[in-house]
Design a binder for this molecule. Structure first.
Ligand code: OXD
Ligand code: MN
Length: 589
């Protein structure tokens, strides 16, 4: 008897008309074979992978994308629910029938002359009850190999699916990488994504943003859990106690660096569990527990170096899991290694830029694309937490939210309680970065860092956060941070990276009740001298400036928040509206 999986493959064969079908088993042998294929050719005759220097970067390969395909295409990303209201003003919406018709038009026969890779995969540790079964088809061998790094591909997934028809379906083709024929269409009510015309991670690795955030956030809404754009990390004290945190930051704001941090304070250690996505459930003991559904990092290369993130550099040089991929970095011709701004202080003399041209250091342009990436297994990470594969996940004591803001938002503060925390997270704003195509540096509201990833109406999402809070007995503390505040000369006031641990330590002390707080207009602030600044040369006035609440800035901020809230009309929970009007009163607006 044909299983639902067989039927899906048959349906895809009839739609896409590939020359060959290859069902992935997830083995290393297979990965080597596919790398071999990718070294010879990719769709359209372009070579997809080039081997890099094996001594410097073992098992590593280089991929250069089409120049028009280097970031998430938010304007071409749609949530296709029955009604526009279900998708909300935070999503582009198209009627599901119309969207399917359009996509079927693109997909019809698109794999003629190509191989269709069938990727059965599990998001989450396969034995966990929180893990989810998925299948993606693609015609890109680069995508197939990337999926093997980012998720559990192969036999375990096929076994878990068995005769069931309950699995996520992802249909992907790079088409001819034409931005005019590029769409990423989500059908949350059918557990389906159709993505055409892009090979970029966030658009094409359908287990990542498409499933584990947009579709999963909708499933979580229906089933009582949360799918969030968050890191997971364990902070170990000198006494050996580990406290688990979640952290939500918009793309390219340093999430990966934070979760692989080497603490600047003696005796502490950070255990890594995830750098991008957390699935959060209320456990039997009424605490929050989080798992990372992914099994790899798809990280931004620029800014990663032995000074800023030595653990990631070690991860990238580890040969444990095959392969590691680098996309759109520059190449140092001298020794055939990937190069990007921040990996070394000096610029090598013989560089190819991310488009393969000889790099002209006087051009004023970076050699690596600002959104160039590495794709590497989490099992290569030397600080991987022993609890990473825990079937229940890890218990959460603190949730950190943060954005990239040159002004207004203080270095750190704490929300008074869960609902104030939800409000604080709902007003998160950040300057836009290169991870999404579009203009850089404008402040946009990005509640919970989920604006591009919430697969349903964000008003309903806020209600859901408040509802989850009602089911918890031991609430995690919620914090807001801003590592990116600048002084009047445009210079960062806080060094960031390692020193961010000083702020994490303050949070630990708050969680353990070892330090008090000063209550101010927007939340609870550190008491005088409660942030450990040992061995750190920062002036008292600088700390004051970092923690300053500028009333004029906040008046502006409040009107931006009001504008944002207004887009959701009466979908915004009354509780959050009350928080906003209290804030307005405190600032006299
Ligand atoms: C990512 C993103 O790639 O947020 O993680 O864009
Ligand atoms: Mn992300």
């Amino acid at each position: 008897m044909l299983t639902s999986l067989d039927l899906f493959v048959r349906e895809m064969r009839e739609l896409l008309i590939p020359d060959n079908i290859y069902i992935m088993d997830g083995s290393r042998d297979e990965a080597e074979k596919l790398v071999g294929v990718a070294q010879k050719s990719e769709v359209g005759g372009r070579v997809s992978l080039e081997k890099l220097n094996d001594e410097e970067y073992p098992n590593s390969y280089y991929h250069r994308s089409a120049p028009n395909d280097v970031a998430r295409a938010e304007h071409l990303t749609y949530v296709c629910t029955d009604s526009k209201e279900q998708a909300g003003p935070n999503n582009n919406w198209m009627d599901p029938q119309e969207a399917k018709k359009r996509m079927v038009g693109f997909f019809k026969g698109t794999m003629k002359g190509r191989t269709m890779y069938v990727i059965p995969f599990v998001m989450g540790t396969p034995k966990s009850k929180y893990a989810k079964n998925c299948v993606q088809v693609t015609d890109s061998v680069y995508v197939a190999l990337s999926m093997r790094i980012m998720s559990r591909v192969g036999k375990q997934a096929i076994e878990r699916i068995g005769n069931s028809s309950d699995f996520f379906r992802g249909v992907h083709s790079i088409g001819d990488v034409n931005p005019d024929k590029r769409f990423i269409m989500h059908f949350p009510q059918e557990n389906l994504v159709m993505s055409f015309g892009s090979g970029y991670g966030g658009n094409a690795l359908l287990g990542k943003k498409c499933y584990s955030l947009r579709i999963a956030s909708y499933l979580g809404y229906k089933e009582g859990w949360l799918a969030e754009h968050m890191i997971i990390m364990g902070v170990q004290s000198p006494e050996g106690k580990v406290t688990y945190f979640l952290g939500a930051f918009p793309s390219a704001c340093g999430k990966t660096n934070l979760t692989l941090l080497e603490p600047v304070l003696k005796g502490y250690k950070i255990w890594t569990l995830g750098d991008d996505i957390a699935w959060i459930n209320v456990g039997e003991d009424k605490q929050l527990y989080a798992i990372n559904p992914e099994s790899g990092f798809f990280g931004v290369a620029p800014g990663t170096g032995f000074n800023t993130n030595p653990v990631m550099m070690k991860t990238l040089k580890n040969d444990k899991f095959y392969p590691t991929l680098f996309t759109n970095t520059a190449i140092n011709n001298f020794n055939n290694t990937p190069w990007w701004e921040g990996v070394s202080d000096d610029i090598p003399t013989d560089l190819r830029d991310w488009q393969g041209q000889k790099y002209d250091r006087n051009s004023g342009k970076p050699a690596a694309h600002p959104n160039s990436r590495f794709t590497v297994s989490i099992y290569n990470c030397p600080t991987l937490s022993p609890e990473y594969d825990n079937l229940k996940g890890v218990p959460i004591s603190g949730i950190i939210f943060g954005g990239r803001r040159r002004d207004t938002i203080p270095l750190v503060y704490e929300a008074e309680d869960w609902n104030s925390g939800v409000f604080t997270a709902s007003i998160l704003g950040s300057e836009t970065t290169a991870a999404a195509s579009g203009q850089l540096g404008n402040v946009r509201r990005d509640p919970m860092a989920m604006l591009p990833f919430c697969g349903y109406n964000m008003g309903d999402y806020f209600h859901h956060w408040l509802d989850v809070g009602k089911r918890i007995e031991k609430h995690p503390k919620i914090f807001m941070v801003n590592w990116f505040r600048k002084d009047e000369n445009g210079k960062f006031m806080w060094p960031g990276f390692k020193d961010n641990f000083r702020i994490i330590k303050w949070m630990l002390d708050r969680i353990e009740g070892k330090t008090g707080f000063k209550k101010r207009e927007i939340g609870l602030f550190p008491e005088e001298n409660s942030i450990d600044l040992s061995g750190f040369d920062i002036k008292k006035e600088a700390m004051e400036k970092l923690l300053k609440i500028d009333r004029e800035d906040w008046k502006r901020e409040i009107s931006m928040i009001e504008e944002f809230y207004a887009r959701f009309g009466n979908k915004i929970p009354v509780d959050l509206r009350n928080h906003l009007s209290n804030l307005r009163k405190k600032f006299g607006v």
